[in-house]
Write a new protein. Structure first.
Length: 194
């Protein structure tokens, strides 16, 4: 039996290294995603604790103010003020939760885009290495693989742009809805009874 050519031997020994590198990169990506998830979960827990603390303080203040009301008109004004404050607090909380979620999604997207780009470069390198030792007549197959990689890369780029556009549109809509809710809440206490 004939010996493998030096080029084939180099490509054959490089394949396990490339697989090892891909595995290492996947582990690093998983760890990065886990780190982002933990950091943002921590932010969310802190937001929730702060919100509960503020709600308790507000409820204590409202209970005291309720006992100070002297007549039904003061009670009605107090009730309207509490409703306005509640809507504003709920809107602020929702906006904060949304901001944390949007930032988490953006960080995940960035990590995944970087990982895909690195994976794509690795695959292109593997195809280039394989081309060096490929038998004559395999050019069409290698060209097809390269086209597939290019098409996949273009598709991922399009999906990433679409996801960013969707996130921007959702962000605009949520901010508009929050502003409208706050405006409605403020409008409810501004009315005078006649």
């Amino acid at each position: 039996m004939g010996q493998a050519s030096p080029v084939k031997k180099k490509v054959m020994t490089k394949a396990p290294e490339q697989v090892t590198e891909l595995n290492r990169a996947m582990v690093e990506t998983a760890m990065s995603l886990a780190q982002v998830a933990l950091e943002n979960a921590d932010k969310l827990v802190r937001l929730q604790l702060e919100t509960v603390r503020e709600m308790l303080e507000e409820n204590l203040k409202n209970a005291k103010a309720l006992t100070d009301a002297k007549n039904p008109e003061q009670l009605a004004e107090f009730r309207a003020k509490v409703m306005e404050d509640s809507v504003e607090q709920a809107t602020a909380y929702s906006r904060s939760v949304y901001d944390i979620a949007a930032k988490t999604q953006a960080e995940f997207g960035k990590i995944m885009e970087q990982r895909f780009a690195a994976f794509n470069r690795s695959m292109e390198q593997m195809v280039d290495d394989a081309a060096k030792s490929a038998p004559a007549g395999s050019e069409p197959a290698l060209a097809a693989i390269r086209q597939t990689l290019a098409a996949t890369s273009a598709m991922v780029d399009t999906l990433a742009r679409t996801a960013k556009q969707f996130a921007e549109a959702a962000d605009t809509n949520i901010k508009s809805a929050a502003a409208a809710a706050a405006k409605v809440a403020k409008g409810g206490t501004g009315k005078k009874r006649g």
